[in-house]
Design a protein. Sequence first.
Length: 420
Amino acid sequence: MPVDRIREVRITPVAFHDPPLLNAVGVHQPFALRAVVEVVTEDGVTGLGESYGDAVHLDRLRRAAEELRGVDPWHVQEIARRVRLLPETGTGGDGTSGMVRSATADRVLSPFEVACLDIQGRTVGRPVTDLLGGAVRDRVEFSAYLFYKWAGHPGAEEDRWGAARDSDEIVAQARRIVDEFGFNALKLKGGVVPPQEEVAAIRALRAAFPDSPLRIDPNAAWSVETSVKVGTELAGVLEYLEDPTAGIAGMARVARAVPMPLATNMCVVAFDHVRPAVEADAVRVILSDHHFWGGLGRSRALASTCETFGLGLSMHSNSHLGISLAAMTHLAAATPNLTYACDTHWPWKEQDEDVIVPGALRFEAGAVAVPTAPGLGVELDRDALARLHEQYLTCGITSRDDTAYYRGHHPGFDPTPPRW
Ligand SMILES: O=C([O-])C(=O)C[C@H](O)[C@@H](O)C(=O)[O-]
Ligand SMILES: [Mg+2]
């Protein structure tokens, strides 16, 4: 069979509405940015990928795209080699407002690898799960991602979720998200208000949802001492405590003193972090994320690494659109040891705002049915892509900066950890 090579790569930045969700470093801006990647072969097969939309990252994606013409889309190793040869330029552009400092090359590689898997699946008529070893489940469970939040963006009307400032409002938010999407596990984004208030919110969630697994993630905003205090108080309440404090050494000190497993998407975000984390016994669960671990293949390798060291595996999420949700779902479906409900920001976007043709992905009872159509099983909606690109051009945001946006309304805000 003649090799069908990459003819063209298109990268389209898009912006979609995002509510004012609070986190340890500030607050979400009115729009979240993403890059939609289309890899097109000489025979006209198009594969899709999705990544961060920050300006520095876009520039890197565009420079990588120039290197991919003529490459065989089945030869992901060659794509990875070319991406790794690119000189490092610029700083930041990680799409997480600095909360996840992962390897640049892995972030750049990821959407191209996903698009190539989409091409491979479309070419042979099989879903991406089959290329990853086959689905071990036909639906993937996700967790509700709860946030303290402002009622609306300053100067705009209150949004459909309203404010979440205290335990009662967090429980009300949880009820609404659970009613709409059917989630079982609940994750609270912490590091926003004093830890005792967040402990109270977790206790209120436990009372309101007696059977739901609960997690809290302050994104390393707490000192070791505060983390130990919170972890001790929440004994028997949390399924895991996510990134209470910064760094492998700090996490190891907390891990020795609290009863529940510690999880991370901050201190282990690349393969060379695994060994020191295991040696220090700093974490029991790693949250994978194909957007910064270098794609679906490398995320499967992370799963094997977790299996080797007896670590649990969960999945992290930033604000994302449907191409990413499809990729996350295929990956989770083909990863036997991914036993926790995965994170997703999905409920926070406007449900009719996306770049894919609606209908392919739906939440039912907190889970997404694994697409069985060839490739990722989602199609690009070109009109929607054009609309969201226009929104990107007019929204005035070119990089995610939660801290600057928060400071615009609270001058003097300092997110340097530990905040508590
Ligand atoms: O689990 C996490 O650490 C995250 O999801 C980090 C994200 O950046 C989240 O906190 C956000 O978008 O505000
Ligand atoms: Mg986290």
